[in-house]
Design a protein around this ligand. Structure first.
Ligand SMILES: Nc1ncnc2c1ncn2[C@@H]1O[C@H](COP(=O)(O)OP(=O)(O)OP(=O)(O)O)[C@@H](O)[C@H]1O
Ligand SMILES: [Mg+2]
Length: 214
């Protein structure tokens, strides 16, 4: 089943950023986008994940054109089917890690899985206030929050940027397990090629185009 289909995407700010981008993704697949700082990776991720309309081209998620879709349907899709891990994570700072997960579980009508907390190594700290967690622990809470939603598409921008390489690989393994066991797919932006190569498909943004690496 195809979950994402992007056709002829082009975007620019003050200058052209990229053109002719075509991507698709099926359930159980992962895709990484690599490229130099400033090449437009985060911008492309925002376009694919419904946050920024491209200058031209179409993005279909779950067979729906997200930039012509009615606003309330898009809000439903974002809440129920799309999970995002941002470069800077947006946890509720006054809450504990666990309370952050409870909000996600409540909104999506799902439950928090102990095994996810265990796999991410945050079971022992999850009841601490977010402000009392290290940057890497906060990042892992934000990953747990996304997985708690049970999204059909995960968009992750440098999700392991604050983690040591061993923990980063553990997190990738957890994402892979999630994709294997759910009708879900993931788009990952990273500057670390070794992490990118863990994905089924790898593309590089270079000279305003997307080159296939794997
Ligand atoms: N909202 C915006 N308005 C104007 N220019 C922007 C905006 N967002 C990004 N840019 C510009 O677009 C270019 C690409 O930015 P983007 O954040 O997509 O890069 P990136 O590949 O994710 O970089 P990094 O690896 O450093 O995160 C940059 O030159 C940036 O300054
Ligand atoms: Mg970026």
């Amino acid at each position: 089943m195809q979950l994402l289909n992007a056709t002829n995407i082009a975007h620019d700010f003050e200058y052209p950023l990229f053109t002719d981008i075509n991507l698709s993704l099926n359930a159980h697949e992962s895709m990484a986008i690599i490229g130099a700082s400033g090449s437009g990776k985060s911008t492309l991720l925002h376009i694919l994940s419904s946050l920024l309309a491209p200058k031209s081209g179409t993005v279909e998620l779950f067979d729906k054109n997200i930039y012509t879709l009615k606003k309330d349907l898009l809000v439903d899709m974002r809440r129920d089917d799309i999970g995002m891990v941002f470069q800077s994570h947006y946890l509720f700072k006054g809450f504990s890690g666990y309370e952050n997960l409870e909000v996600a579980a409540k909104l999506s009508n799902t439950s928090i899985e102990d095994s996810v907390l265990e796999d991410l190594g945050i079971k022992d700290v999850i009841h601490q206030k977010v402000t009392e967690l290290s940057g890497g622990q906060q990042q892992r809470v934000s990953i747990a929050r996304v997985l708690t939603k049970k999204p059909r598409l995960i968009f992750a921008d440098e999700p392991t940027g604050n983690l040591d390489s061993e923990t980063a690989l553990d997190v990738m393994k957890l994402f892979r397990q999630y994709l294997q066991t759910h009708e879900a797919a993931m788009v990952l932006v990273t500057h670390e090629k070794s992490l990118a190569m863990e994905c089924d498909h790898v593309y590089k943004l270079v000279d305003m185009k997307l080159e296939k690496v794997k």
